[in-house]
Design a protein around this ligand. Structure first.
Ligand SMILES: Cc1cc2nc3c(=O)[nH]c(=O)nc-3n(C[C@H](O)[C@H](O)[C@H](O)COP(=O)(O)OP(=O)(O)OC[C@H]3O[C@@H](n4cnc5c(N)ncnc54)[C@H](O)[C@@H]3O)c2cc1C
Length: 247
């Protein structure tokens, strides 16, 4: 998990899994899997650890099959390369979801494998086909149910230079506020869905709160919202309201 979340979130879930009886062997590379000798599955690790069981689940990621896109003459990097309107070099072809390699808000290229990304990009392309002319810029968010605990992430942690973690006294819930250059860029939560929703709104405003602003309210997003801080993009809100008036 340390690859995709902050050290604090990774440690939180490690502790919870261990407390629930899960044995974790980290860094135990497994060059050999034997399914024939004993009738059970035996995994031999490089640190002399040997594990055996009736069932083995291998979770090692996947690489995209880009053959069809390449044969169609589309540019392919990590996925099908598209512009800010999710259009490939062939204007008859859009790419969305796991297979899209699209420009992020900071000019970086993104490939995001999440339900939110697939659904929001599908809605965006449908609207574009119907005549909308905006650039795709939804705030990415993710979730994962880890036993009884729910991990939620709002925003992307690219280039993070400071993390502030708040853990409940009983250790059941966690928030990690992630900053880049003194601005909130992402929030990771465990079992705090309300804060996750607030973070999505704050990040969508285009002017997310600063470190100093959050420090004054104890790095608590609910306290920040209660202080009257804008939590919606008023420009978007006003545009929507204007459309409703003219409709
Ligand atoms: C085990 C697992 C757990 C996950 N957990 C989460 C989670 O907790 N939260 C989360 O946000 N995301 C999760 N994801 C990721 C999420 O499921 C994907 O990001 C999402 O489904 C991507 O949607 P998509 O439409 O881009 O692609 P897909 O859902 O993969 O749909 C692509 C479809 O295209 C079809 N297809 C492929 N090639 C062709 C072809 N040549 N012709 C016709 N059809 C074709 C495929 O059969 C498939 O039905 C998980 C994924 C996995 C595998």
């Amino acid at each position: 998990m340390a690859r995709v979340v902050s050290a604090a979130t990774s440690a939180f879930f490690e502790a919870h899994h261990r407390a629930n009886g899960v044995r974790l062997h980290l860094g135990a590379e497994a060059p050999e899997i034997d399914t024939a000798t004993t009738g059970r599955i035996t995994v031999s690790c490089i640190n002399s650890l040997i594990l055996s069981g009736d069932m083995l689940l291998v979770g090692i990621g996947a690489t995209p099959d880009v053959a069809l896109a390449q044969a169609a003459g589309l540019a392919v990097e990590r996925g099908v390369v598209v512009d800010g309107r999710l259009l490939s070099a062939d204007s008859a072809v859009s790419a969305i979801g796991d297979c899209a390699d699209f420009p992020g808000p900071d000019g970086q290229r993104l490939c995001l494998a999440s339900v939110q990304n697939a659904v929001d990009q599908a809605k965006f392309v449908a609207a574009r086909i119907m005549g909308a002319a905006e650039t795709y810029h939804a705030v990415p968010w993710f979730w994962s149910d880890q036993g009884a605990d729910k991990l939620q992430i709002a925003g992307l942690g690219d280039g993070v230079d400071q993390d502030i973690a708040r853990v409940d006294p009983d250790g059941r819930a966690l928030s990690v506020l992630r900053f880049r250059h003194g601005r909130l860029i992402a929030l990771e939560t465990a079992n705090r869905p309300g804060e996750h929703m607030l973070a999505r709104k704050l990040l969508a405003t285009g002017s997310p709160p600063s470190f100093d602003e959050l420090q004054t309210c104890g790095f608590d997003l609910r306290a920040l919202a209660a202080s009257g801080r804008q939590t919606t993009d008023e420009n978007n809100h006003n545009r929507t309201a204007a459309k409703e008036v003219t409709a």
